[in-house]
Write a protein that binds this ligand. Structure first.
Ligand SMILES: C[S@@+](CC[C@H](N)C(=O)[O-])C[C@H]1O[C@@H](n2cnc3c(N)ncnc32)[C@H](O)[C@@H]1O
Length: 216
């Protein structure tokens, strides 16, 4: 099995996969080389590149991951097209995404203001998706297999981050973007922003991952 983790950060996900899939070939891509130089020691290969322009061969991976990063990429659709290209037939791309519920396009002034505020703490994002993974999948040549709204499960994390942020601010131990975190918490709790887990499949003959899944 070959697994590509795009936007892999410090390699935490690949570290866990390395333990659970000892025979798998693991590759991590991240645009920020500083994170890769500090990546956790794993047997994964790390490549510094943009997730929307992968320097990787076509039809090479059984699975592509994009954990909490697609909203940073220049374009969700371009990434999905790249994921489709590097996936073997039957392979899957699994991702998590913050999705705005308001489908008005172009984004109105309030949405733009909210995005700016969140960006101040968490970095510039491509415009929050209108959540239409079905339309993007059609354009990218992928099939939506799962699309789950898990916003409720993310809410306790914001409370942890806020408490940690206050404690760090008081003790001078570093910085957590309290204002942006509070805003994201409120937007999520009110249902204006949803946290989604999406799995898309490249049509074609089931691959080693599918066989392994069935065998397991
Ligand atoms: C919120 S972090 C998530 C990291 C990791 N997936 C995790 O779950 O711990 C977002 C990551 O996306 C990376 N990133 C942002 N834009 C990118 C791009 N265009 N191509 C590849 N990686 C990108 C950032 O450097 C950062 O490591």
């Amino acid at each position: 099995m070959t697994v590509l983790d795009v936007g892999c950060g410090f390699g935490g996900t690949l570290g866990r996969l390395s333990e659970r899939l000892p025979a798998a070939r693991l590759v991590g891509v991240n645009i920020d080389h500083r994170q890769l130089t500090r990546a956790l020691p794993t047997r994964a290969q790390f490549i510094c590149a943009d997730g929307c322009a992968l320097p990787l061969p076509s039809a090479a991976f059984d699975a592509v991951l994009a954990v909490e990063c697609i909203f940073h990429f220049p374009s969700r659709l371009t990434f999905l097209r790249e994921a489709q290209r590097v996936l073997k037939p039957g392979g899957r791309v699994s991702l998590s995404d913050f999705v705005r519920v308001d489908k008005a396009e172009p984004a109105n002034a309030v949405s733009r203001w909210l995005e700016d505020q969140v960006a101040k703490g968490y970095g510039r994002q491509s415009t929050w998706s209108d959540g239409d993974y079905q339309a993007m999948a059609d354009k990218a040549g992928l099939v939506v297999e799962q699309d789950a709204d898990v916003t409720r499960l993310t809410l306790p994390t914001y409370l942890y981050l806020l408490a940690d942020g206050v404690s760090r601010a008081v003790s001078g131990r570093g910085h957590v973007p309290i204002r942006s975190t509070l805003l994201l918490f409120l937007l999520s709790a009110l249902g204006a922003v949803r946290y989604r887990l999406v799995v898309l499949r490249k049509p074609g003959t089931p691959d080693a991952l599918g066989k392994a899944g069935r065998a397991g």
